[in-house]
Design a protein around this ligand. Sequence first.
Ligand code: SF4
Length: 351
Amino acid sequence: MNRRKSKAIQIGDVFVGGNAPIAVQSMTKTDTRDAKATIDQIKELEDCGCEIIRCAVPDMEAAKALRIIKKEIRIPLIADIHFDYRLALEALESGVDGLRLNPGNISDPEKIALVVSSAKKRTVPIRIGVNFGSLPQDLDPALSIAQKMAEAALRHIRILEKLDFSLIKVSLKAFDVPTTIQAYREIAHRIPYPLHIGITESGTPRQGMIRSAIGIGILLSEGLGDTLRVSLTAHPREEVFAAFEILKSLNLREHGATLVSCPTCGRTEVDLVSIASAVEAYLVRIKEPLKVAVMGCVVNGPGEAKDADVGVACGKGKAVLFKKGQQIRSIEESDILNELIKEIERMCASV
Ligand code: SF4
């Protein structure tokens, strides 16, 4: 896959753009003013593999809490700020690693200059985030929505460039998947900056993961995207899991175990749905990039199970266990989960 060449920037210790791996972001859903709850949620996300976290900063109390939060977490922290330059200045002084801020929404040029100067002094990048729902009213009505989104982003970008600031990241998000894809295509060849991609307000997990996988997947397959967030109406850990599954599906990142399981059919003679669900729940804790197969019968089962690091091909009340392409032994249906766990633990211990 040829990736678009973008300028490399650094958010804390995470490289974004250039040749860096596509980074997974999420956003806390706690009240940022409640520093303890926010820290606890970020720590949980760190354990899931989240690489960059963003917190909403609606007021000065939230901006001041960033200082406490920043000290307790390992991953880079981005402050999400709208309109109020004082919150941006406070966030920068708190030591955040990035800002999400649209400079065009701060009307006084002197106040914008203060924020940009502080960000520059600290080498803190600014993400310009254009959303379909908040486009300026004075854009050329002849433009398509995607073109308007790109044009709105360019306005913000020009403000930063005029202030000789280039640590920029850009996102253009809409709920509508084709609009979002077109907006990124519009902007990609006009700027050198890295792109943060996602489908905004994509809904609850069932709908949102599909919308996000299609939108983000198409963009990634066109080489667009340097960081991503899957926005879901759910706990943010679901966003991180979904983001890695999208990246893993395109072979762009490795992260934890991958479960290969068949859909079951009239040939299945074990309770494969329960077994696969239990294996999936267990695999959440595995950090190594293992492929684990749980297959229902001897038609496709042995092939997939052999191809995996470890797997089972089930028959009537029994299964054959495979490891690294070799048939190991036959096991009872009731032992499938325990035997797989034993083999996986052995494999992880030897890595
Ligand atoms: S692997 Fe076997 S049981 Fe599973 S869907 Fe395919 S044919 Fe059916």
